[in-house]
Design a protein around this ligand. Sequence first.
Ligand code: C5P
Length: 208
Amino acid sequence: MQFTVAIDGPAGAGKGTLAKAVAARFGFAHLDTGLLYRAVGRKALDQGRGTLDEGLAELVARELTPPDLARDDLRGALASRAASKVAAMAGVRKALVAFQRDFARREGGAVLDGRDIGSVICPQAEVKLYLDASLDARARRRHEEMAAGGAAGSLDAVRREIEERDSRDASRADAPLTKPVDAHLIDTTDLTIEQAVERAVDIIEQAL
Ligand code: C5P
């Protein structure tokens, strides 16, 4: 059985948590596509000795390996910013398309979360969800997540980082963050994780 659930939305809307829960509920495989861009950004920064070169980033994207995705420094602010910068490079995005599409059509069902899954990677996905929440709610969650992971930083700094990244992600020419017309909107501002998951599960069950 091939069945794709595409989940998009801005930083901190709860995509990752929801995607994991939905994948576990239905026994689908899960791909966090943001991790691909984080790994490319981080590795390209290392190889470029602190600067992000487009040609180098494209090469890194074409030759990404499993250990690159398992680095322990992919969740911090440096990797977030580098991810959103390399994500605006057309050659980098192109190099990552085939892997994501193959993953989406694997047997047994797949959940992919990112920014362009329903719009560019899997326009034919059986279910498209778009998660959103107020900037304050998203900043608060991201801040709590980072604090739990031992990373310091003020709530204000996290809010600014998210705002900057969202505006870059939404304004880039190639595959900007946007809600596909046929995506179901779930606003998670006032929802618990369990409530958001239940909404998603209802939508998916109707499509199965
Ligand atoms: O989802 P996450 O915050 O890990 O994504 C990091 C960055 O990767 C995003 O800010 C965005 O620039 C980029 N990204 C993207 N397309 C995706 C997933 C992530 O452009 N499908």
